[in-house]
Design a protein around this ligand. Structure first.
Ligand SMILES: CC(C)(COP(=O)(O)OP(=O)(O)OC[C@H]1O[C@@H](n2cnc3c(N)ncnc32)[C@H](O)[C@@H]1OP(=O)(O)O)[C@@H](O)C(=O)NCCC(=O)NCCS
Length: 142
């Protein structure tokens, strides 16, 4: 498996698998805000991030294609992102998931995130959004 930053050649495959508008996908590729996992030339998963307050790396989405789950692809994507952020010198990572979705929350906790509060987003979804933070300030640069 290869994990690398997303590039313009990935646009059609990311458009097929991500659920945001094409212009946002293009923007994220241009800013280096995708990591993609490939096996035998096929895209099997991706991680997309942005920056909370324009500063703190925020994992907006991680998705592994269903038939490739529980084979370490998500962990490899997360570690590639985390390592890149450590090399940038940032101190914290953030992400979030819906309260009712127990599995993504368990996965975030497994990767070292701690719940840091929730907001009521019933205007767009049935249950609160829980925010997670991971302190990476003590992890050394490679
Ligand atoms: C969550 C997700 C990214 C995990 O990716 P993955 O490639 O399946 O995960 P990995 O194989 O790297 O899992 C590593 C470990 O986490 C465990 N794990 C995997 N998915 C899990 C889940 N949904 N809940 C709890 N534990 C999970 C695995 O059992 C494994 O543990 P082990 O090493 O002790 O066996 C993937 O299941 C997915 O795409 N889900 C749908 C989208 C989603 O919910 N995204 C997260 C919110 S944005």
């Amino acid at each position: 498996m290869i994990v690398r930053r997303g590039c313009s050649e990935d646009l059609p495959r990311l458009t097929a698998h991500d659920d945001v508008r094409d212009d946002w996908i293009k923007r994220c590729i241009e800013l280096g805000e995708y990591f993609v996992a490939e096996q035998n030339g096929e895209l099997v998963g991706f991680l997309r991030f942005s920056r909370f307050w324009g500063k703190i790396p925020y994992m907006d989405m991680i998705r592994v294609l269903p038939s490739y789950r529980r084979e370490g692809v998500g962990t490899a994507l997360f570690h590639a992102w985390e390592r890149a952020m450590i090399e940038e010198g940032v101190g914290h990572l953030m992400t979030s998931s819906e309260w009712a979705e127990a599995e993504p929350q368990a996965w975030h906790r497994r990767n070292g995130f701690k719940a840091a509060g929730s907001i009521d987003l019933r205007i767009v979804q049935p249950s609160p959004e829980i925010f997670f933070v991971k302190n990476i300030s003590g992890i050394r640069k490679g």
